[in-house]
Design a binder for this molecule. Sequence first.
Ligand code: HEC
Ligand code: HEC
Length: 330
Amino acid sequence: MKNLIAILVLIILYTACEYKPPVIKSDSQKKDSLVSELEMYKAPDSSSLKNDDWGKMVKYGLLLVKNTAYYIGPDGIVGKNLRNKMNCTNCHLENGTKPFGLNFFNSHKTYPQYRARENKILTMADRVNNCVERPHNGIALKLESKEMTAIVSYIKWIGENYDASKHQGYSLKYVEYKNLKADPKNGALVYETHCKSCHMTDGEGKMNLENVTYTYPPLWGKKAYMEGSSMHRVIKAASFIKYNMPNLKTNFEKPTLTDQEALDVAAFINDGSIHERPKFKGISYPNIHTKPIDYFQGPYEDGFAEAQHTFGPWDEIEKFYIDGGLKVHK
Ligand code: HEC
Ligand code: HEC
């Protein structure tokens, strides 16, 4: 009996020592630990492509994404679709293969999908034409053209091994904008310090020697991306900038700017009262229920002003949708 009691006491003591209070993780911690278990996706290498029909088509797609202006720019050799001399890779960095650099890792697998800007289901090819029309201010590629087939083939090939349950790195990493408001005035100072050396004093960028495209693409002005394009939205632009700019020395593991600085400089670049850019003439977001919270132009479903939608703070706006049981569109 004595022995039994001694064993029981030992067991109780042992389990008591082993007991650790449960750690309650916040949502963001849960998300962080989930993200860290995912492997960073690596896009395939174009040298692995064969010289068969598929390989040739994908390689042509790569050339189009890289040297877009040369092929289909205002003086393009196969078409004159674009009205500016930017290339897809100016925003879809490293030809759409840079982690969190607006890459195409999971693009092909997520289309067709509902797109709020048009309020309808778009195919991958329709989505490519969206970027041709805006930001590139251009005329849509013919859906049956070799160029469209090549670009869509290339996008499919990049994401062929991407599995959202195993991989990360797709598209963008978002800035934390909670409690923050973007300040264009401070953004001007950030621009001066971190951006002007390449994108130049008037945001006009720098053409290459052949005058075909840019060494440093423009950020505003008549030749830059258009109003209402995704880069014109402050949260999206700040997310791109924080994890990718200044170019070459910045990536998702090594951001240069803070969230606040990225929001400020994105606001400075995109502020319509300071900088001009081409306007889009069609209708965007015909269904106001699905308009993103950082879109610069009303009408909105909530009662908040255009200035608050454009520059934040976005917390109250988000609360309006959450309290109403509605989806927050970003
Ligand atoms: C000025 C910058 C810019 C340029 C230039 C540009 N895009 Fe985009 N593109 C964007 C942004 C920003 C998005 C939105 C990503 C998002 O929804 O988060 C986007 C989205 C896309 C998507 C959808 C990706 C997805 O996974 O949902 C495709 C496809 C695309 N662009 C193709 C192109 C092609 C092809 C070109 C060249 C003809 C091009 N883009 C030029 C900025 C640009
Ligand atoms: C060292 C030169 C350099 C610096 C400094 C730099 N950029 Fe860039 N930026 C580039 C280049 C080059 C590209 C195009 C990338 C490509 O084609 O591979 C680019 C692309 C961009 C784009 C998308 C394309 C466009 O023109 O709309 C934005 C937005 C941008 N930069 C913003 C910034 C901001 C904001 C800063 C400062 C925080 C900055 N950049 C600093 C070189 C630079």
